[in-house]
Structure formats: structure tokens, C-alpha cells
Write a protein that binds this ligand. Structure first.
Ligand SMILES: Nc1ccn([C@@H]2O[C@H](COP(=O)(O)OP(=O)(O)OP(=O)(O)O)[C@@H](O)[C@H]2O)c(=O)n1
Ligand SMILES: C[C@](O)(CO)[C@H](O)COP(=O)(O)O
Length: 232
């Protein structure tokens, strides 16, 4: 793996790939294969043509497999820390942060994000929530999945995906503030928004789902047959 410094580029894709994949149960998730290609290879291949450089954060003790056009650093204990390290490893003006675990990335989404970021300084792929939403009440016994508690209005609710695009300076500041205040969040756009920054919601894509559980992996295997066949 290379050290902390860098070839400056105008845009960089930052790929957090250092998770342990606990919910999937197949070891470090970025190295899990779908139809013969790892999640990491698929994500990097989708991003690489659109940016000047790709950086990935890997689990400690692992190496970038051959043939992946990226530079690797060691990730952190949390996704947030992995992204913070990636941000410090590039000098690019614009960054696209994208989970390795979202292997099906349409290029139209990348174009829309790179355009939106010039306007607001921060933008994320997201989809309007389509299901009815309910907050579960407490279960009555161990293992109980809970009962219908209260209905949550889905009006104006969006499910946040990646990629997320930022002017690097904007995201650096958001991470620095979060770190100094001990704040953790599940994504990067949320760190910008909590400082009052505008984050544009850019329509994402259902195929951009995150491979989190064994069910998602089965879905990914099925989608890969169409995706790879269509040369998306
Ligand atoms: N310390 C971490 C944790 C997560 N990630 C990355 O962040 C993305 C989204 O995380 P998630 O899907 O939750 O992955 P895991 O943390 O591996 O999953 P789990 O929570 O089931 O262990 C993934 O590409 C994952 O590799 C990371 O770079 N560093
Ligand atoms: C960044 C993210 O993928 C946006 O939906 C999500 O927040 C990651 O969450 P996880 O708990 O690390 O899977």
C-alpha cells in the first residue's frame, strides 16, 4: 500500500471498503464476488472513467487485488474514519464518496452528481421512500420482532444512497468538526448538513442498493446477469 501522499487530481473517487461485512457473514465484504467480480472491482470500474484518481480504504492486513485501477490506504474502525483518511489522502478539488458495497452504479448518476456539486458544494444520490413506514413497538418476549407501533409519514422522506459528491474543502471541514465534537454519522452528506451546508438530493437508482445481507447478495447475483450482459 502507498503512503499518505498523493498525485493531485481535479476529481477523485473515494471508496470506503474497509468494513468487516458482519451482516453478510462472508468475511471482508469488499472482496466478496458477485458473478465472478468482487464488489470492490465493480465499484471501482464504474467510477474510474469519470475521475482523475480512485482511492480505496481497505481492511488492515489486506491488499488491493491485482487489476483494480486504484490506490489503497488502510481504513479505520468506522466508515466515517475510513472516509476521513481517504479525504486526507487526496488533493482533488471534488470528491465522490462511494461505498464498495454498492456495486451497480449507473453512469448517469455520476454525471448528475458531478454537475450538482458545482452548484451546492455537496450532493447525494437518494431515492424517495416507496414503502409504508412504521416504527415498531416493543416486543413482548425475547426474539419477538415487535408489533406495529406508530405510522411514520413518508412524505418528503428519501432513502440516502451513495455516491455522494463534495467539494473536498467542504467535506474536510465537516469531518474535522464531527471529529472534534465526537459526532458520528452513518454517511458524509449528513455531516455537511449538520453544519448548515446545502446538500442537493440527486435521484439515485434502485440498482444502487447496498449489499448488506445474504438476501442482498442473492439479488446482486441475479442483477449481475442482466447488468453484465447489457454492458452497463
Ligand atoms: N470501518 C469501516 C466500515 C465500513 N466501511 C465501508 O463502508 C461501506 C458501507 O458499510 P457497510 O455496508 O455497513 O459495510 P460493513 O461495515 O462491512 O458491514 P457490517 O456493518 O455488516 O459489518 C462499505 O463499503 C464498507 O466496506 C469502511 O470503509 N470502514
Ligand atoms: C452511506 C450509506 O450507504 C448511505 O445510505 C449508509 O449510511 C451506510 O450505512 P452502514 O450502516 O455503514 O451500512
Amino acid at each position: 500500500m502507498s503512503g499518505p501522499c498523493l498525485l493531485a487530481g481535479r476529481s477523485a473517487a473515494l471508496v470506503p471498503a474497509a468494513g468487516s461485512g458482519t451482516r453478510l457473514g462472508r468475511g471482508p465484504k469488499a472482496f466478496v464476488e458477485v458473478a465472478g467480480q468482487t464488489l470492490l472491482a465493480r465499484s471501482v470500474a464504474a467510477l474510474a472513467p469519470h475521475v482523475d484518481e480512485v482511492l480505496v480504504a481497505l481492511p488492515v492486513g489486506t491488499e488491493l487485488p491485482p487489476g483494480i485501477p486504484a490506490r489503497a490506504i488502510v481504513g479505520g474502525e468506522t466508515r466515517q474514519e475510513s472516509v476521513r483518511r481517504l479525504l486526507h489522502a487526496t488533493a482533488a478539488e471534488r470528491v465522490l464518496v462511494h461505498d464498495a458495497a454498492r456495486p451497480f452504479l449507473p453512469e448517469g448518476v455520476i454525471h448528475a452528481l458531478l454537475e450538482a456539486v458545482l452548484d451546492t458544494g455537496a450532493a447525494t444520490a437518494a431515492l424517495p421512500v416507496a414503502d409504508t413506514l412504521v416504527r415498531a413497538g416493543t416486543g413482548e418476549q425475547a426474539g419477538d420482532t415487535g408489533c406495529w407501533g406508530e405510522l411514520v409519514s413518508r412524505e418528503n422522506l428519501w432513502g440516502v444512497q451513495t455516491p455522494q459528491a463534495f467539494l473536498r474543502e467542504v467535506l474536510l471541514e465537516a469531518h474535522a468538526q464531527a471529529r472534534s465534537q465526537g459526532h458520528t454519522a452513518t454517511d458524509d452528506a449528513g455531516l455537511v448538513a449538520r453544519l448548515g451546508g446545502r446538500v442537493r438530493l440527486v435521484p439515485g437508482d434502485a440498482r444502487l442498493f447496498k449489499v448488506t445481507t445474504p438476501g442482498d447478495l442473492a439479488l446482486a447475483e441475479a442483477l449481475a446477469r442482466v447488468w453484465d450482459g447489457a454492458g452497463c
